[in-house]
Design a protein around this ligand. Structure first.
Ligand code: HEM
Length: 341
């Protein structure tokens, strides 16, 4: 259901641009108005979400730990898996964000012969996730050549390294194809593994289809139906300098590519893709675990009227003694002191 629904929506979006640009000539809508609206939604939505999360109180120290905590000097602590200082927390966070370290530890649980639970090596999700995210980043950085004039040296350099292989006398960008391959793998995995398929919703399929659409139209533009990159650059530079223009001869394939990018970024703040910002605000990840060294008091604590055991015993001592119950304090001294007075 979620799969078909998402596929249908993405197909409808593509058809809408095709008809809008080809039949109705709405290039200004798809080339200028929608990109501005999408960018505004992305920026405002992202900020609002981060501010909302940042304002949420975190009364408890709930660091996720998976190693020995720092305690006595002769017990070796695990600084990365149980960080006790802010700097080690930052190391752990960096390893998580850059290399998905916790996903690397992922294992697959399976019943063997219907009675023995086994845990098996499982690195494919980690690998595909890593390839996808890094390729995405590199593709986006390479795209800066379409937005900036002059093109920064690092963008040209990344393009040269990534496009090291030549196919038909033109650069073949490895990351563009890896991006599509990784997203396709993530989709197939979701569909083929029954347990993963069972928990998959439209919110999981939709971003995958949008990403597949973006990468496919990009690859089509670059290698199969060459587009006029000079006109496209005129359009993008116009957008960023707030002097929007719609040059002649921009292919509809580009408008589809751009519209899917707009869909992705405007949807991002309201979707699971916000993990991009959320990881840094996650209390289980951004707090050092120093609970043994420091006493953390819940700021929400208010004075509570308690009835201690000692008070309870004072209150019921006679009855407890009569029933033969053990007493912490016999109370005889108090009675003796009271009679002396
Ligand atoms: C989420 C952001 C985006 C992704 C993931 C993406 C992805 C891709 C991919 C994979 C390609 C194939 C060639 C390559 O590997 O670079 C491509 C090409 C292209 N993209 Fe994007 N794109 C994005 C955003 C944009 C935006 C915002 C624009 C313009 C406003 C754009 C314009 C183009 C153009 C013109 C090409 C063809 C380049 C050429 O022929 O040299 N893309 N894109």
């Amino acid at each position: 259901m979620g799969l078909n629904f998402s596929l249908l929506i993405v197909a409808a979006l593509i058809l809408a641009v095709f008809l809008g640009v080809e039949a109705l000539g709405l290039s200004f809508l798809f080339g200028v108005i929608i990109p501005y609206l999408a960018l505004a939604t992305f920026i405002i939505g992202f900020i609002l979400k981060v501010v909302k999360w940042a304002k949420a109180p975190v009364p408890f120290r709930i660091t996720t730990t998976s190693g020995q905590q720092k305690s006595l000097p002769w017990i070796k602590d695990n600084k990365i898996d149980n960080p006790a200082t802010t700097s080690w927390t930052m190391v752990r966070m960096a390893l998580e964000v850059l290399f998905f370290r916790s996903l690397f530890k992922n294992t697959k649980a399976e019943m063997v012969d219907g009675k023995k639970l086994t845990y098996q090596w499982e690195k494919w999700l980690w690998l595909a996730g890593l390839v996808f995210h890094w390729s995405f980043l590199i593709v986006v950085v390479r795209h800066l050549r379409l937005f900036l004039e002059p093109v920064p040296a690092f963008v040209t350099l990344i393009g040269k390294v990534d496009g090291f292989f030549m196919v038909d006398l033109q650069n073949f960008y490895i990351t563009g194809v890896l991006l599509l391959a990784a997203v396709t793998f993530l989709f197939i995995r979701r569909v083929l593994i029954p347990q993963v398929r069972y928990i998959s919703l439209a919110a999981d399929y939709f971003p995958l289809f949008v990403l597949m659409g973006i990468a496919t139209t990009g690859i089509l533009m670059k290698y199969f139906y060459r587009v006029d990159v000079v006109s496209i650059k005129e359009l993008t530079v116009g957008l960023f300098s707030f002097n929007p223009v719609i040059p002649e001869g921009v292919s509809v394939l580009f408008y589809i590519h751009l519209f899917l990018v707009c869909t992705l970024i405007s949807y991002l703040p309201f979707s699971k893709l916000m993990h991009m910002g959320g990881i840094f605000l996650s209390p289980t990840r951004n707090m050092p675990n120093n609970s043994r060294a420091e006493r953390h008091i819940n700021p929400w604590n208010y004075p509570v009227k308690v009835h201690t055991y000692a008070e309870y015993e004072d209150e019921f001592r006679d009855k407890m003694r009569a029933a033969g119950l053990p007493l912490d304090r016999d109370g005889a001294e108090d009675e003796a002191a009271a009679t002396k007075e």
